[in-house]
Design a protein around this ligand. Structure first.
Ligand code: 5GP
Ligand code: ZN
Length: 138
């Protein structure tokens, strides 16, 4: 159901304009208003859901299928050299719009110094083993 104060619900309904590159019965893909690279776009399910925890499994699977198709098409059209898929959940993870979306980010060898880099945390072997057991056995 549409959420009244949600920017992406308003984009889906057409109340807020957007540059749409794809649409089907379940989702749209639009160009990001503040692109991090040339062609940066977002896949947005039409039905409001906050994040990965809330999204319907079938819609999530459809979103990923569409991401594969669009990544190929965008790579062919934009001649990018690589591609990131990014999906933020929660403020601490960088989510700013609380309607699920998947970032499609084309990457370019020469015109791109904006690499998404992770710094590593130091964990002992024991801590790693404990985490592994915890995740495997829950
Ligand atoms: P998040 O940080 O929540 O993963 O990403 C939200 C994204 O939505 C950002 O990349 C931001 O630039 C984009 N965005 C925010 N408002 C609008 C808008 O009104 N239109 C479009 N096309 N993109 C938006
Ligand atoms: Zn919404």
């Amino acid at each position: 159901m549409k959420k009244d104060d949600c920017i992406f619900c308003k984009i889906v309904s057409g109340e807020i304009p957007s540059r749409k590159i794809y649409e089907d019965e379940d989702m749209i893909a639009i160009m990001d208003l503040n692109p991090t690279s040339k062609g940066h776009s977002l896949i947005i399910p039409k039905e409001h859901c906050r994040d990965l925890y809330e999204i319907d499994e079938e819609i999530a699977a459809k979103v990923m299928k569409t991401a594969k198709k669009l990544a190929q098409k965008m790579t062919d059209v934009l001649c990018c050299d690589g591609f990131n898929l990014l999906q933020n959940n929660g403020e601490v993870a960088g989510q700013t719009i609380f309607h699920f979306h998947l970032h499609l980010i084309p990457r370019y060898k020469d015109a791109d110094n904006n690499l998404l880099k992770f710094t590593s945390v130091k964990l002992t072997d024991q801590e790693m083993d404990n985490l592994c057991q915890q995740l495997k056995n829950s």
